[in-house]
Write a protein that binds this ligand. Sequence first.
Ligand code: PLP
Length: 385
Amino acid sequence: MQRDYLSERVRDLKPSAIRQYFDIVSTRKDVVSLGIGEPDFATPQRIIDKAVQSLRQGGTHYTSNAGMLELREALSAHLQRLYRVSYDPSELVITVGGSEALYLACTALIDPGDEVIVLTPCFVSYQAEVHLAGGIPVEVPCRMERDFSFDPQEVAEAITPRTRAILLGFPSNPSGAVAKREDLLALGALAEEHDLLVFSDEIYDQLVYGVEHICFPALPGMWERTVLLGGFSKDYAMTGWRAGYAAAPEPILNGLLRVHQYSVMCASTTAQVGALEGLLHCDEDVRRMQAEYDRRRRLIHSGLNEIGLPTFEPRGAFYAFPQVSGTGLSDIEFADRLLEEESVAVIPGSGFGLGGEGHVRCSYATEYSQIEEALRRIERFINRL
Ligand SMILES: Cc1ncc(COP(=O)(O)O)c(C=O)c1O
């Protein structure tokens, strides 16, 4: 028998629920996929043109570790304009997607044995990254009865002397929830009372529908203790480019930067050039894509409810999160059978942690007609059950 060479931390890591479905779907042509969490739009053309031009003109070298100063200046102005939150360029680091920003926060700020409160259902990497940093993710569920926001009382009850940070992600993948100001203020008061850090993943910040996105560090007293995680993948349809960022007060940011420096040196130069073009000139493109997501959101929300799957109205990101427990199937059985019998891919909610069980995630980052077809097939499936 060969020795197991994997570290304990990696051995304990479960494979991602999403990846498993992604692998099946990518081999089947007949599948209507509501499974994928990335924009179906191409990156705006002027971003592509600018990046290609930069490559042709010799933009093939490293940038500074923190990222191009011009990009950090534009990002600083962008955050100020959108959310009235002030970050000096020295308080920003450009990362390899929002994923690296999360990795940096966990690696630089969590010690082994530290507890991190994770509001779930959430993006699959949250618990994994906390775990890889040696921390212990402590889940607090966000429930449909509360519009998939959290109960501050339950957060308070989860805090122990070992709690180091709270990790939140609104607009939410997978629920589509956008947290309300009063809940965030209550969470901020808890963070202050117990001197906790807050990691706020706001990667879907510009994809909200009829509600305001609240940038957590813009709340009174929160700037000092927040690491803001963001990126270009979703808002600007740039998933494959790998550009994101973290923002934090300088002493914290410097810690993140040290990890970044030794692990990736700098984000891709070409992606940074593209991201800069996005920030400077692509507001209109973001609005166009947001408006189309909104149209699809209304279709899928009403469609699922009409079929008889209770579905909360998503207010952000591009996911609907219907409750399927009424069908008598578990979320995993529902997703497996729907794929098998009607060739529609959705992701079981239990893969996103507590609060996700009994739901499935349906991404509407796919064409309107595909969503119509998926709804027809789901209805046929439900009627047969
Ligand atoms: C909530 C959330 N945060 C972060 C990420 C990572 O994004 P990126 O592609 O920029 O690494 C995702 C991707 O699905 C996400 O849904």
